[in-house]
Design a protein around this ligand. Structure first.
Ligand SMILES: [Zn+2]
Length: 210
């Protein structure tokens, strides 16, 4: 440990002193006050009423994806609804407000590029400054939902079916809102605008059995 620290210092003085500060802070933060280790970061599955609402939304969404209007539209933009349905069927819904696992550990952030990759997922759900509805694992099966969205305790202009299809698109393609929206005709580069465009488009084409 000491030797490794010394080698680190030789290699990068600044990095070494930052590392020491980080270690000191960490030692203080994790020092047991009542004995025992801090609780491990948790991934908490969606449950109760929110899970019930999710299941209802998923079964409706699967019918919508099988409809002619939705499959023709998405298919015309290079997205096979059969694949979206498959991603949605295997989606594992998690409780975003209760999950303390980090974005990096959940396979959502790029560990090297994203300065927030170490943040707990629940921070973006429980911070009133944001109104995070869902966060999905790109090219993976897990999606973290805001239970208040699914139980309609917050005002939101899109149906749960639209939301679960939206998230299944992230699971399937690994693409951002901007990339997905552009694929469906959006001309901008702005995340919020792309999010609205994507949801409006899904609402128009994939929010009914037609
Ligand atoms: Zn999105």
């Amino acid at each position: 440990m000491k030797l490794r620290g010394a080698v680190g210092c030789l290699m990068l003085m600044i990095g070494c002193s930052l590392l020491s500060i980080a270690q000191a802070t960490m030692a203080r933060a994790t020092a047991p006050t009542e004995g025992g280790a801090p609780p491990p970061p948790l991934k908490v599955a969606l449950s109760g009423k929110a899970l019930q609402k999710f299941d209802q939304a998923r079964s409706l969404a699967l019918q919508y994806l099988a409809g002619k209007r939705c499959s023709t539209f998405l298919g015309g933009h290079g997205i096979a609804t059969k694949d979206v349905a498959k991603a949605l069927s295997s989606q594992q819904p998690q409780d975003g407000t209760a999950s303390s696992i980090s974005f990096a550990a959940a396979g959502i952030a790029n560990v090297n590029l994203d300065p927030h990759s170490g943040d707990a997922i629940q921070t973006v759900f429980n911070n009133p400054a944001y109104l995070t509805m869902a966060v999905s694992q790109p090219r993976g099966a897990e999606t973290y939902y805001n239970p208040l969205l699914l139980t309609r305790k917050v005002s939101y202009p899109y149906s749960n079916a639209v939301s679960v299809i939206h998230e299944a698109l992230h699971n399937l393609t690994g693409d951002s809102d901007v990339a997905l929206a552009q694929e469906l005709g959006y001309n901008g580069f702005e995340p919020l605008g792309a999010n609205v465009y994507l949801n409006d488009t899904l609402k128009k084409y994939c929010d009914s059995k037609r």
